[in-house]
Design a protein around this ligand. Structure first.
Ligand code: HEC
Ligand code: HEC
Ligand code: HEC
Ligand code: HEC
Ligand code: HEC
Ligand code: HEC
Length: 443
């Protein structure tokens, strides 16, 4: 009997506590992926795993991997396969809508909503009238995106929650979309909750058993002094607190937490993501670019033509505001600036350090990238904030993943041929063309 000890029980309790803490961390990370209006871009990138070439017929592999890159370059900041991000989860979309509809939608969703297409209007309203940007993608490119979506959605890990039970006749049901989106996350949570309940039941049972055993042993007469001492022993918390292993564990945990936080802090130096200064005039992009659908380039006139996108001068405002709301105190501020012949003192939101070279025309006009890809849902912003991280890693990642638009450009014909011969099937990305060379972005 002398081998019966209660002390391991308290050790076990501590281990249990640590398990709970770890479980809590995982749950917290789950929640942290959702932030204001959008979603942390890093999280969405993670949510769209690598190409599904393996699980598809060989003929489709190239289309799927091209679709993978296109999806990550254009769609991933708003869409994931199984999760609602800014827009709906795309799993099972090919059953909800036919391909020709999807192609039209991606190329110009606002036109479809305006035309009164029943499904388009419904989904638009469901997502708080957030407009999905238009994409200058070819039919073929869009087809490859949905081939990729389909391949991702049918991967075994997702199949359990992705759902073969989805209406085969393609009923456009909002619930279906939501269910598929939240499915994967919920599944993990359910497993965690079940585990926690099991652990609690185990603890309670063990305490009861320990008590019963102690009572039984107390009733026995044939125990010697040491055994009695062992049975009556109380858990000595002071001894535990003073013990070397306890101090060691707490010390190590403390050092690890401090180290982790410092590294996170250091990484964030110079990061301005989410920066949203207040502006001298309550100018709203939501009102102008969103509700009144004024084209971005009406105000940012040089964005398709030159390196920098200009901020409009007060004269551009006056094209409309010489008439509209002329008596509003906010509009009077524009008049005052013009009378004094001084520019409006807008506070700059986006600002790369001088060591980096970024050219708008190269991305918007030549590359055909939508403003929203980098600046987020500007047309929904009352006050502009910095949506992307604007770090070097952010630039480079996109250059690695985005295929270069080489169609109809004779300059690229030979290059692409050489590239394709050397890299069977891998898309000709911006980086294949040298877009990750230091001197391209650094003076
Ligand atoms: C800036 C955010 C954003 C980007 C980028 C974006 N979408 Fe969307 N998408 C949305 C929103 C929001 C909706 C919901 C409808 C609406 O509000 O217009 C949507 C809806 C959809 C739908 C209909 C989904 C359904 O369940 O019926 C499809 C399909 C779709 N998007 C495909 C794409 C593809 C493909 C891309 C990339 C080429 C893309 N989207 C890029 C925001 C975005
Ligand atoms: C009616 C004129 C007007 C239209 C249309 C407009 N903008 Fe602006 N934009 C402004 C003004 C004025 C500012 C400076 C004040 C501010 O930051 O809100 C600005 C600022 C911005 C900034 C932040 C610049 C900085 O300081 O870093 C971005 C990004 C931007 N606009 C993008 C867009 C996009 C994308 C669209 C189209 C969806 C758009 N704008 C449409 C007038 C306009
Ligand atoms: C193409 C026309 C157009 C241009 C250009 C334009 N606006 Fe507007 N603006 C509007 C319209 C339309 C409204 C909404 C008026 C209403 O709500 O009745 C508006 C409303 C506003 C309001 C809200 C006024 C209030 O008191 O409700 C402000 C502030 C404003 N604009 C500032 C600006 C500034 C600053 C510029 C220049 C960078 C600008 N606008 C350029 C059309 C324009
Ligand atoms: C590939 C990413 C990308 C795209 C696409 C993009 N921008 Fe930008 N934008 C940036 C970066 C990066 C900056 C900061 C530039 C700097 O500080 O030199 C910026 C800055 C701006 C500014 C502040 C003025 C300036 O030039 O620094 C405005 C306004 C702006 N963008 C508007 C737009 C509009 C409108 C569009 C779409 C027609 C657009 N951007 C498309 C990345 C992008
Ligand atoms: C959303 C994707 C995306 C992001 C983000 C992006 N780029 Fe690009 N970039 C492109 C594409 C696409 C091209 C190719 C345009 C073309 O020539 O067709 C390009 C081309 C370039 C080029 C010319 C490369 C060459 O080979 O001539 C430079 C320089 C560049 N980008 C700088 C930057 C910098 C700096 C940033 C970050 C501040 C950035 N880019 C962020 C997509 C992106
Ligand atoms: C696609 C564009 C691009 C390419 C290619 C690129 N950089 Fe950068 N780099 C940037 C941008 C943008 C920044 C500023 C990022 C910031 O402020 O966080 C930057 C910042 C830096 C910095 C300063 C870091 C800091 O914290 O201030 C160094 C050093 C640097 N880059 C070195 C390099 C080297 C070496 C290469 C080649 C291997 C390279 N870069 C290639 C875009 C690029």
């Amino acid at each position: 009997m002398s081998s019966f000890r209660l002390r391991p029980f308290s050790h076990w309790l501590l281990a249990l506590f640590l398990t709970f803490t770890a479980v809590g961390q995982v749950a917290a990370q789950d929640n942290a992926t959702v932030s204001k209006e959008g979603v942390t871009p890093g999280a969405t990138a993670g949510a769209a795993p690598a190409a599904a070439a393996g699980s598809a017929p060989a003929g489709d592999a190239a289309a799927i991997s091209a679709g993978d890159a296109l999806f990550k370059g254009n769609c991933a900041q708003c869409h994931a396969i199984n999760d609602v991000v800014v827009g709906p989860a795309l799993a099972g979309i090919e059953q909800r809508r036919p391909l020709p509809w999807l192609i039209k939608w991606v190329q110009n969703s606002s036109k479809m909503v305006a035309s009164g297409d029943e499904y388009a209007v419904k989904i638009f309203n469901e997502y708080q009238k957030q407009q999905m940007p238009n994409f200058a993608l070819s039919d073929e490119e869009i087809t490859s995106i949905f081939a990729y979506v389909k391949a991702e959605a049918s991967k075994p890990a997702n199949a359990a929650v992705g759902g073969d039970d989805r209406g085969a006749e393609g009923k456009p049901s909002g619930e279906v979309a939501d269910g598929a989106g939240a499915g994967a996350g919920k599944y993990v949570n359910v497993v965690l909750i079940v585990l926690i309940v099991v652990l609690i039941v185990l603890v309670v049972t063990l305490v009861i058993i320990a008590n019963i055993m102690r009572d039984v042993l107390r009733g026995r007469k044939d125990l010697d002094g040491r055994d009695v001492e062992m049975i009556d022993q109380k858990t000595d918390w002071m001894a535990i607190l003073k013990s070397g292993w306890f101090k060691g564990t707490v010390g190590t945990l403390f050092v690890l937490v401090v180290l982790y936080e410092s590294i996170q802090g250091l990484m964030a130096i110079g990061l301005q993501q989410g920066y949203q200064p207040s502006q001298p005039i309550a100018f709203s992009h939501k009102l102008h670019a969103g509700e009144h659908q004024i084209n971005c380039a009406y105000c940012h006139t040089s964005v398709y033509k030159s390196k920098s996108a200009n901020i409009p001068s007060a004269n551009i405002c006056m094209n409309c505001h010489s008439q509209i709301k002329a008596t509003s105190p906010e509009i009077k501020k524009i008049y005052r600036a013009i009378q004094r012949n001084q520019p409006i003192q807008w506070v700059r939101v986006h600002n790369l350090p001088d060591l980096a070279y970024f050219n708008h025309a190269q991305h918007t006009q030549v590359g055909g990238i939508e403003c929203q890809t980098c600046h987020g849902p500007i047309q929904n912003m009352e006050v502009v904030y910095q949506y992307s991280a604007l770090t070097m890693g952010w630039c480079i990642n996109c250059h690695r993943e985005t295929p270069l638009n080489t169609k109809g450009n004779g300059y690229y014909d030979n290059l692409v041929k050489l590239h394709d011969n050397a890299n069977a099937g891998a898309p000709f990305t911006v980086s294949s063309n040298g877009g990750t060379e230091c001197s391209k972005c650094h003076y």
